[in-house]
Design a protein around this ligand. Structure first.
Ligand code: NAG
Ligand code: NAG
Ligand code: NAG
Ligand code: NAG
Ligand code: NAG
Ligand code: NAG
Length: 364
């Protein structure tokens, strides 16, 4: 899985898959950016008086089961055909699968819509299961979620400030129910949800939302068969402690720095002291300019904007994220994807999401 993931990052098209999948119910990584700053911002935001999380996942059952109302389902007739991609600029010849992309409105009143890219499997697409992001033999939907990520948007700008785990799960659910209306041949298909990193929250929370709705509403029953999460962010304490252990056991920080971290950071709950933040910030600086996702990999030192990688698919090009950004910001590409003309960024997010969705990934 890890290996095949690396192989996917090579060509412009495949790295597009990679990045969209990172954004699926997940977060988008900037491995070459200033991690110490990002971490510091994250820690600071969490220990501030106004922590950025506006709708956390705490106690989901109590307030959903009782006053549950049916979710928005809009007309989907003809939209599947309209979403079909003729061809993507620069995509190699011989594409043997159908691809679709477009928006699914999840809240017509606020004008909120989630962007997806759907790839049907080249063979047996009519029987293969439906998966939210996983490479392999399946039909795969890549979803940019929540609104504000990638091409997904809301016409109500305050939506971006009120995003949290709960609204992300419920929007993703409304997306799915409507998407299945648009692609009715998948309505009863075996369905799996997958993701990585912060999807440690999103995947189980969406699964929970689906199960709840399957039981209490008389709407589309989603045939959820399983979930899979790679590199899951479950809770801050485990993640941060694990990260520091990793640094120390890989000789990225000294015994002295490690001792200091253990003394200042307690990892019990989400609040971090200013002292802990500062020691962690210093530790990031000591790690130096490395790819913390893969400490043995080359890093992108001389980013030259190119339209795509020309190298062999067996070479890791650490600058591939940059080609991707260039590619997705090309007008012809946005048109082919049926995306609203916009500036696509791996972390095109506002306020809270900027920190939680993007910057957290720098830590995992
Ligand atoms: C957002 O507003 C634009 C411009 O009025 C409109 O075309 C679009 O359909 C709206 N989006 C949604 C999801 O309602
Ligand atoms: C497609 O389905 C057939 C019949 O179940 C099976 O023999 C074949 O291996 C499948 N092909 C792929 C690529 O999974
Ligand atoms: C569910 O919907 C069907 C079809 O609209 C209807 O016949 C049935 O009575 C509904 N059941 C409940 C429990 O609302
Ligand atoms: C979490 O941290 C706060 C502030 O340090 C502390 O008051 C609280 O007791 C901690 N909670 C747990 C469960 O340790
Ligand atoms: C974090 O570290 C950077 C250097 O890597 C430094 O410029 C910055 O002031 C530090 N911030 C804090 C709050 O310690
Ligand atoms: C990318 O491709 C376009 C169109 O083929 C071309 O005009 C442009 O110069 C290329 N950019 C780079 C950096 O190669």
């Amino acid at each position: 899985m890890q290996n095949s993931n690396y192989k996917m990052i090579k060509t412009a098209h495949l790295s597009l898959l990679h990045a969209l999948s990172l954004c699926l119910l997940a977060l988008c990584g900037f491995t070459y950016a200033g991690q110490s700053d990002n971490l510091y911002k994250l820690l600071k935001s969490r220990s501030s008086q106004n922590p950025p999380v506006s709708d956390s996942w705490a106690q989901p059952a109590a307030d959903t089961r009782q006053d549950h109302s049916p979710v928005y389902i809009g007309p989907q007739d003809g939209l599947m055909q309209a979403d079909k991609i003729d061809s993507l600029p620069g995509q190699p010849d011989g594409v043997d699968f159908d691809q679709y992309a477009g928006y699914v409105t999840v809240d017509p009143k606020a004008g909120r819509a989630l962007f997806y890219y759907f790839v049907e499997s080249p063979q047996n697409s009519s029987t293969n299961p439906l998966v939210l992001w996983l490479n392999g033999v399946a039909n795969v939907i890549f979803l940019e979620s929540p609104a504000g990520v990638g091409f997904s948007y809301s016409n109500t700008s305050s939506d971006y400030e009120h995003t949290g785990d709960k609204s992300t799960a419920s929007d993703a659910y409304v997306f799915l129910v409507n998407w299945l209306g648009r692609f009715p041949q998948y309505k009863t298909r075996d369905f799996y949800i997958t993701g990585e990193s912060y999807a440690g929250h999103y995947v189980p929370q969406l699964a929970y939302t689906i199960q709840l709705n399957n039981e209490v509403t008389n709407q589309t029953v989603i045939n959820l068969k399983g979930i899979a999460i790679g590199n899951a962010w479950i809770d801050d304490a485990t993640n941060e402690k694990g990260q520091i252990d990793y640094w120390w056991t890989h000789a990225l920080i000294s015994d002295e720095t490690h001792d200091e971290l253990i003394a200042e950071c307690h990892f019990v709950n989400d609040t971090s002291s200013a002292k802990c933040s500062s020691v962690i910030n210093d530790s990031w600086a000591k790690l130096g300019n490395i790819d913390d996702y893969n400490i043995y990999a080359p890093i992108c030192l001389h980013p030259e904007l190119k339209n795509g990688s020309t190298g062999s698919v067996d070479d890791i090009d650490p600058c591939s994220d940059l080609y991707l950004e260039t590619y997705l910001n090309t007008a012809a590409v946005q048109t082919a994807f049926h995306a609203k003309p916009t500036t696509w960024g791996e972390c095109r997010l506002l306020q809270y999401m900027k920190i939680i969705q993007c910057k957290r990934s720098d830590l995992t």
